[in-house]
Design a protein around this ligand. Sequence first.
Ligand code: SUG
Length: 448
Amino acid sequence: MLAKNKAREANYDGLIGPTHNYGGLSTGNLASAKNKGLIASPCAAALQGLQKMKLMADFGLVQGVLPPQARPNIPELRQMGFSGSDVDVLNNAWRVNPVLVRNMSSASSMWSANAATVSPSADCADSRLHLTPANLSTMLHRSTEHEQTGRALRAAFPSAIVHDALPMQSTYSDEGAANHVRLCADQGEAGVELFVYGRDALAGAPDTKFPSRQTLQASHIIATRHQLSSERTVFAKQAAKVIDAGAFHNDVVCVGARQCLFYHENAFEDTARTLEEISKAADGLFTPQFVEVSNEEVPIKDAISAYLFNSMLVQLPGQERLTLIAPTETQDNPHTKTYCDKLVSGNGPIGEVKYVDVRQSMRNGGGPACLRLRVVLTDTELAAANPKMLLDDMLFAQLSTWINKHYREDMAPDDLGDPKLMHESFTALDALTSIMGLGSDFYPFQRT
Ligand code: SUG
């Protein structure tokens, strides 16, 4: 009998950057709108994110780190016509157009579930690992991430195919892995890739009030680029009503791992058809296990505010059943807490729920699952992955010291116009490139 292809799922988290703030920049993301203008704590945020990474590494999972992007985004402000030294650019832009500066200062690259769509080599016809950085073209503050994301992913996975982002046109609007689920019997075996889109851009006017950020066209192109088998690929429409209830990505109402799809009954426009297509695509590989949460058990409003589905669904070493890594907000909400208690007392595929505190990120609509990009790596691909971007005790200690040294305790919206903050951020990121072995030309400000 042939040996099984060994592969495991790694989580690459976005390290939270020094300009973390509550800008209220994401229409349709209820937490972002609600918390606009609150005082944020970049230091607490980054430590919370790092602690989550440490927890996963301590469980024995492969944990990677993606560096924050340089903010404020001075090259973008220069493109908008501001000139002079970096300080002149920031001062002039802040005086003329503070809203633009806020958009160019967001630490949003922390939500690495939106960094890219990833297809493991077992799914791709050329047996290569494929990643497509998301163009994030719907939201101004996120639309400038993809180039630097590509640079980070190429540094992390030298042996993979990292494509360019799709064109910056609304037909191709793409938000990465937040609208993509992979199910499989075993990580190293071929799986089923589910692409969930909010909008068919060529079918007329959008059917939602809030932006639907993922198009069918973007999902199709990614599946083609990644050389996926059409029999093993499913495209499903996210329900318009759930987008308008605040589920700006599918991962706010659905998460999957191994054979298990865990989702809210309102998640898909046509649930019966979606499940049928997944079962058909999985035929001969595995039998999918569907865990549907009814609106009666967890009203959609609670599912979204408590982020039950924005949990990480992971297989911990030595455990038969899956573990849900949920935000503490899920524990605080009576509906979701009661549901979780019931879930683990049954004998379904999810056997345990653990709660993590990522409250700083949650106030911007980013739960545990938003903060990580899943990358299935074979042993060979893992051996080729950049070791300095993998979290071990030493990197954890170095990053803790680095955060405590460079990050502010408090961040008010108007602090973003402060040239001192820019200086602190660039100094911190310059030091980070040494810690993570990224080279002295990783960030744009290092290249000028
Ligand atoms: O794109 N929030 C992010 C949250 C992303 C969550 N990601 C996933 N669900 N995978 C967004 O809406 C808010 C920034 C602000 O308002 O300052 C923000 O960008």
